[in-house]
Write a protein that binds this ligand. Structure first.
Ligand code: ATP
Length: 930
């Protein structure tokens, strides 16, 4: 295949070789056939652990191996029942662990799928957005700035296209691309300028190319093994918990050894103590913790997806809860990005435009009278520029809309004008169409030859078109920027020099529109003379004739005002960063209540004039950055981070990637975002909406709190179990729990409810606290104390119940077994009551205990299983229990209830004593309090 030298071919030769139409693309039937033949356009992934390996890994744990060894010994000693039950428990435990890990891994894989790249492909004459893995050779693909090239392709069209190919060629600077054949046959990749290679990145311009190789056949495929890097999906918290787990193993083992020694010292049989010790160690080591944390994270991430936030990097879930500043783009994120031109200004004349949305019906009025575009040269010229320097179109389409009915909702079909392309350009297409100037009407008269694309850095766009044997440049862009390229102005139908006075008039008009929250664009043109040398941007965009201004509304998104208010209550500052004019930005910031009294708005220029020290002094007080370039965003992120903030930063363009990467939480736009910005991000908003960020932060906070909840539950339970045994051995009492009971508690009481806590609903005041510090210890806010004190209480009460029963009927032959059953029931009940306590940072009395259905179910099933162990005759000899009566149950319930009762009283007294004392840092940072 490679001998064919794609870069040498003419375009028609290319089409012939690939048997593809370069105008309409492949038919979908042909594409499917080729996909079957060549396989998916994917690089093969490294080997994944098979489910069997995952299952067997569950037995790798050292303590489990010891337990298996101990079981074998007890089997050899003739304790068959014990041995079989313990093995059964170990296997069930392993199955549970396997299911947890398997689920966690599957959710993580599903996440990766969600952020799989999309390619714009011509199929059957239409441009479709398809998953890049469905591309086949012969497909015509469109690529533009910010895209990752989805396959190896030969270009057939290139508009100021540059690609960064360092991964393949080592060349770090972007290289310019063209579409002409290159004669020389043996060329290194870096010199094949009419080709684009899979995995490289388009940094500027756009191009059209035909796919020549896919998947492992691509240049990237050849080096796939070299570049296959697996990104760590472990969060800092998971890492810290793993460390903590190791410490806990040592502590648990130490205590277990002490329990065993104390028991033997007080005359317990060594074998019994050995088995009890191993069981205790297995129970006390929170080996399930990492899996439950992963599940809590993964399920939280699923919830986030439902709320339209796609997490690309798991660690960001944790960081989200710490976010103290959100830096957000304006257009499309805070506003709807549904633009409509409402005002024009041409040669000193203010004009009004009627009509709504993308429907091309409406008119232009001057002093209340409709303007006839045929008799208005300046207006006509401006609309021509607007229509020619434009890549957007609108068309009537049947779309499905959900309508609410009394019972549920219905979907009806409705005709609507739908935009294809950039909304700013769409608004201009619609404006021109309102007055009869459409792409169709211009089609035969003007032919586009070259495009100088828009980007946020240049803030303008130009096209060169041929017209009646001559050439015309049409440019549109931010007025302040565009004016610098203009030497003339169209005034009263005549081209006159653009004097300082006239420039001032344009500036005043533009500012007045911006103050009314309008997004303003200027328009200019130039007729090229035959000897004009025009090739580069600088040569094209100069000596232009300024025509006029258009102001368009872009209403704020309805839900954003509330989301910003929520942020304020949650101690999170919202900062608007926009390429738009300062006055437009300030007006929108005012409508959304972003800026408190005394807050500052500054321009990109002012920012550029400041040194870091000056910026650091002001940064806490700046709420709006306008007319910024993408590189300014990086400075803003860094300055905020120097001030100790955890920064969430949005972006969509290719140049936003450095700032997104540098931010603590880089956020990309799912709809308008480029591949490059998405790849740099840790969170993608599938609806581009600011309020989705706030929803994600809320989830992030909730997930962290849930992790704290089940850590609290699990560790307090473990402390309780160890202490019961330890104190009994110290006091020279018999074993209060037999090994099998300990293992049962570990499996049933610790397992299910802890998992249910992982999906608990958040507390109501979750978004009314300042964000937690990124350095906060997981045991902060008195969690450590809660665990230890509760563990001690559970231990004491269990032991108390055991001792009372033991003392109540000393002569009976079943006395010990009865006391052990009571201790077992007390421990289980104390934990099942405690689990409801764990839902609240205060006490059980502060939340509706039936709210978390999973928890109620988990507790009920644990309860039933315990009753089964106590009252099913067949199970009694296995679990060494006897049925207990009402008197014992009263004792069990009192003993099990005491810890919750005492802690609840303590919490109520505490909150009465210190009115509104919360464990959280209270919201209202200095800058927000103003
Ligand atoms: P944000 O960063 O909040 O998304 P923005 O979309 O307004 O802000 P840019 O897209 O960088 O920022 O646009 C900056 C300016 O460039 C706009 O104010 C407008 O005047 C001009 N502009 C926007 N889109 C185009 C376009 N397609 N062609 C020419 N000029 C444009």
């Amino acid at each position: 295949m490679d001998q064919r030298k794609w870069h040498q071919m003419e375009v028609n030769e290319l089409a012939q070789t690939l048997q593809a139409s370069l105008d309409t693309g492949l038919s979908s039937a042909e594409a499917t056939e080729r996909l079957m033949r060549d396989g998916r356009n994917e690089l093969s992934e490294g080997k994944k652990a098979s489910p069997l390996t995952l299952f067997l890994n569950q037995f790798k744990d050292f303590m489990v191996l010891v337990l298996i060894g101990a079981t074998l010994i007890s089997g050899l000693l003739g304790e068959y029942l014990d041995a079989i039950t313990i093995i059964a428990i170990i296997v069930i435990n392993a199955i549970l662990g396997f299911v947890q890990e398997f689920r966690a891994e599957r959710s993580l894989r599903a996440l990766k799928e969600l952020s799989a790249p999309i390619a714009k492909v011509f199929r059957g004459g239409q441009v479709l957005a398809l998953p890049a893995r469905d591309l086949v050779s012969g497909d015509m693909v469109l690529i533009e700035a910010g895209d990752r090239v989805p396959a190896d392709m030969r270009l057939v069209e290139a508009n100021s296209c540059y690609a960064e190919e360092s991964a393949l060629t080592g060349e770090s600077l972007p290289v310019g691309k063209h579409c002409s054949p290159i004669l020389s046959s043996d060329l290194p990749l870096g010199d094949q300028r009419n080709m684009c290679f899979m995995g490289t990145m388009i940094t500027r311009g756009s191009a059209k190319g035909v796919v020549i190789r896919t998947g492992m056949g691509t240049e990237m495929g050849k080096i796939a093994d070299l570049i296959q890097k697996t990104e760590s999906m472990e969060t800092p918290l998971q890492h810290r918990l793993e460390q903590l787990g190791k410490i806990l193993i040592v502590v648990a083992l130490g205590l277990t050894v002490m329990v065993v020694l104390a028991g033997i010292f007080h005359g317990q049989p060594a074998y019994d103590m050995f088995l009890a010790g191993v069981s205790l160690a297995v129970a006390a080591i929170p080996e399930g913790l990492p899996a439950i944390v992963t599940i809590a994270l993964a399920l939280g991430v699923q919830r986030m997806i439902k709320r339209r936030a796609i997490v690309r990097k798991l660690p960001s879930v944790e960081t989200l809860g710490c976010a103290s500043v959100i830096c957000s783009d304006k257009t499309g994120t805070l506003t709807q990005n549904k633009m409509t031109v409402t005002r024009l200004w041409i040669g000193g004349r203010p004009l009004e435009v009627t009509g709504e949305g993308y429907e091309p019906t409406g008119a232009v009025y001057e002093d209340g009278n409709a303007v006839d575009v045929k008799n208005d040269l300046s207006l006509r010229r401006m609309l021509q520029v607007a229509a020619l320097c434009n890549n957007a179109s609108v068309e009537k389409k049947e779309i499905e809309v959900d309508v609410k009915r009394k019972k549920g909702k219905d979907t009806i079909k409705q005709e609507e004008w739908v935009l294809k392309g950039d909304p700013t350009e769409g608004a201009l297409t619609v404006l021109a169409a309102k007055l009869g100037i459409t792409a169709k009407s211009l089609e035969g008269l003007y032919k586009r030859e070259k495009e100088y694309s828009f980007d946020s850095e240049r803030k303008r766009m130009s096209v060169m078109v041929s017209h009646q044997g001559g050439q015309l440049i049409c440019t549109k862009g931010a007025p302040d920027v565009l004016m610098q390229q203009c030497s003339y102005v169209l005034w009263d139908g005549k081209v006159v020099p653009f004097t300082g006075t006239l420039k001032k008039k344009v500036t005043d008009a533009s500012e007045s529109m911006a103050q009314s929250a309008l997004r303003v664009l200027g328009f200019a043109y130039r007729d090229l003379r035959p000897h004009d040398h025009t090739e580069t941007e600088a040569e094209v965009e100069c000596q232009l004739v300024f025509v006029g201004l258009a102001g368009m509304i872009d209403p704020p998104r309805k839900e954003v005002r509330d989301a910003i208010a929520t942020c304020r209550r949650a101690g999170i500052k919202t900062v608007m960063i926009t390429g738009d004019h300062q006055l437009t930005a300030e007006a929108i910031a005012g409508q959304l209540s972003i800026m408190p009294r005394g807050g500052l708005a500054i321009s990109g220029q002012q920012l550029a004039d400041m040194d870091d020290e000056q910026l650091d002094r002001l940064v806490d007080n700046i709420y709006v950055y306008a007319r910024v370039s993408p590189e300014h965003k990086l400075r803003i992120v860094k300055a905020l981070q120097r001030k100790g903030h955890v920064v969430a930063m949005t972006g969509d363009g290719v140049n936003d990637a450095p700032a997104i990467k540098a931010a603590d939480i880089g956020i990309a736009m799912g709809i308008t975002g480029t591949d490059v910005s998405k790849e740099a991000s840790s969170l993608v908003l599938s609806d581009d909406n600011f309020s989705t960020i706030v929803a994600a932060i809320e989830e992030g906070r909730g997930i962290y709190e849930n992790i704290r909840k089940f850590i609290r539950y699990l560790l307090a339970s473990n402390v309780g179990e160890i202490l019961t045994m330890f104190l009994a051995m110290l006091a020279g009492l018999p074993l209060p729990l037999v090994p099998i009971q300990i293992l049962w508690v570990n499996l049933v009481t610790d397992g299910l409810p802890a998992m249910a806590l992982g999906v608990d609903q958040a507390e109501k005041d979750l978004m009314q606290h300042k964000p937690r510090s990124a350095r906060e210890n997981i045991f902060a806010r008195r969690l450590g104390w809660k665990i230890i004190s509760r563990g001690i209480l559970i231990g004491l009460c269990t032991l108390g119940a055991f001792w009372i029963t033991l003392r109540s009927n000393p002569g009976s032959p079943t006395n010990l077994i009865e006391a052990q059953t009571v201790a077992f029931a007390t421990l289980v009940m104390a934990q099942l009551i405690h689990v409801f306590d764990c839902r609240s940072s205060r006490s059980i009395f502060h939340r509706n205990i039936f709210q978390n259905k999973y928890l109620v179910l988990a507790v009920l099933s644990s309860l039933l299983l315990m009753l089964g162990v106590l009252y099913i005759e067949a199970l009694q000899p296995i679990f060494k229990t006897v049925p207990i009566g009402i008197r014992e149950w009263c004792l069990v319930l009192v003993a099990a209830g005491i810890p919750t009762f005492l802690m609840g009283i303590g919490s109520v007294l505490g909150s009465n004593g210190k009115k509104k004392k919360t464990n959280w840092p209270v919201s209202g940072s200095k800058s927000l309090a103003r």
